[in-house]
Each structure stands twice: as C-alpha cells, then as structure tokens.
Write a protein that binds this ligand. Structure first.
Ligand SMILES: [Zn+2]
Length: 268
C-alpha cells in the first residue's frame, strides 16, 4: 500500500515518507508497517510478519496496477476533477483509487487476487449506498488470452479459464471486462474485452446398447469464456456512469444488487 499513518490522524504517502518519521501504522488493521524503498520495487509500506490484513496480501502486480492507473488518471483527468486519491478510507471499504469529481464520485477497485462473490456484492451495495460509481479492473495477461497457433505461426485469441470473481464482474458490466496491462506505457490507458460464452463441441455416435444413433448438442461451458472484441486503448472518460437495477442470478446462487457502475458502451 502507498499510504500509512505516522502520528494519530496524519496520513503519509510512501513517496514522501522519511524513515526518521517512523513508526508507521496500517490505516486498515492498525499494526506497525515498514517503509520499503528500492531500485526495483516501488516505494510502499509493508506489514511486518504474517498478517491477516487485506493490505498484507497485496501483490506486486496489484501495487503496480494501482500506481499506473493513478498516474494515468492524474495525467488525463487530473485537472478536471476535485481530487484523485490512493487508498481512500470510506467506512468499510477503501477503493484503490478514489476520484472526487464535480458532479460524481468514482471508486476504482483493482482486482488482482480472488474475492468471493459475497465480498464483491457487499462492496457493490456499499458503493451504491454512497452514490459512488465503481469500476473493477482486472490485470491483463497475454498468456491467458492468447495461444500460439502452429499453423499460422501467430498468437491467436483462445478460450480462457474465467475466475469466479471475473464471472461476476462480467455479468455486472454486461459481459465486459475492463483490464489494465502493466507491461504497457500507462498512457495507453485501460482495455475493454467483450466476453462471450464458450460451448463444447456437439457429438454424434452410435450407441450399441440402444442400437441407435445418439447425439449431444453443444453445451455452454461454465468455466471457459471467449473474447469477442477488444478495445485496446481506453480512457476513463470513455466510460459512462450508469445506475443499473438488481438482477436475479438464480442459477449462480446469488443476485446482482442495484448498482452504480462505470460502463463501456460498445455501440458508440
Ligand atoms: Zn494492515
């Protein structure tokens, strides 16, 4: 994480903090954290030992994404909004990036590790109760979406294994995932993937026991998805704030709550 508390009530960022000002405390779990600053790793605060704090589980990928998105937003919309803040505490949640706009507020959740459906849904409800528009961003990983094709000698889009939390995010955003690629220049911004269902191949075979030809129609695969189209360069300004009604997902065992989201409109 990039922020900690040095004295009661005083928040410091890792970039501006001095080792002399320690001790530093995690704003989430209140335990002592250390300032890390190196040539390779970004300056940040780290928990001491094994900790169950949400911030102790942050990966390097999460930290990189958070900082790159923050930089991109500061450059693109920084002058048009009231403030852009990292790890803003808002009651029970802390969006990775919080944008206080002139007309609306936006919370960005970088999702590089697994959240349960319950966690995603309860956060979505909380954002809605505060009137904050939320954008979930997942990491782009070329190896997940592209496979090498021996015939064309090229990397081609291929079915990918969808994670449980990604499936919920896809549903909430009308089959769209917003991604961030830490390998690119942050100036390139976000990416949007339009996701569609993946089907097994239908089969036909002669069943000896029944003495007849039987066939299986293609079936929808639960854990595999396809990328239909890609918008590779996206700014936050290309997304629109939308209020969306709740939707029952009886097959999945949960309902999507009423929500305020930043939506990408493919027809535009
Ligand atoms: Zn903590």
């Amino acid at each position: 994480m990039f922020t900690a508390r040095s004295k009661p009530g005083i928040t410091v960022t890792a970039r501006d903090a001095e080792k002399a000002n320690k001790p530093f405390y995690c704003p989430n779990c209140e335990s002592e954290v250390t300032l890390r600053r190196g040539y390779v790793r970004l300056e940040h605060f780290a928990h001491m030992a094994a900790s169950s704090c949400e911030y102790a589980k942050e990966t390097e990928l999460h930290i990189q994404m958070k900082l790159q998105i923050f930089k991109n937003l500061s450059d693109t919309i920084g002058s048009q909004v009231k403030s852009i803040q990292l790890e803003k505490p808002l009651g029970i949640i802390r969006p990775d990036i919080y944008i206080e706009g002139k007309k609306k507020n936006i919370g960005i959740e970088v999702q590089a590790s697994a959240l349960t459906p319950e966690q995603i849904i309860s956060r979505t409800k909380f954002y809605f109760s505060k009137g904050i528009y939320v954008l979930w961003v997942v990491p782009y990983d070329e190896k997940r979406f592209y496979k090498y094709n021996n015939i064309t000698n090229r990397m081609v889009l291929s079915p990918f294994r969808v994670k449980e939390y990604e499936r919920i995010i896809c549903q909430m955003y009308f089959k769209t995932m917003i991604l961030w690629d830490i390998e690119r220049d942050p100036e390139n911004g976000f990416m949007a993937f339009k996701i569609s269902d993946c089907y097994t191949e239908g089969t036909e075979f002669y069943d000896r026991d029944y003495g007849e030809l039987r066939s299986f129609a293609p079936r929808k695969q639960k854990t595999m998805k396809l990328v239909d189209s890609i918008q590779p360069y996206l700014e936050l300004g290309d997304l629109q704030p939308k209020i969306i009604n709740s939707f029952s997902m009886s097959m999945a065992g949960y309902d999507l709550p009423k929500r305020n989201l930043m939506i990408y409109n493919w027809l535009k």
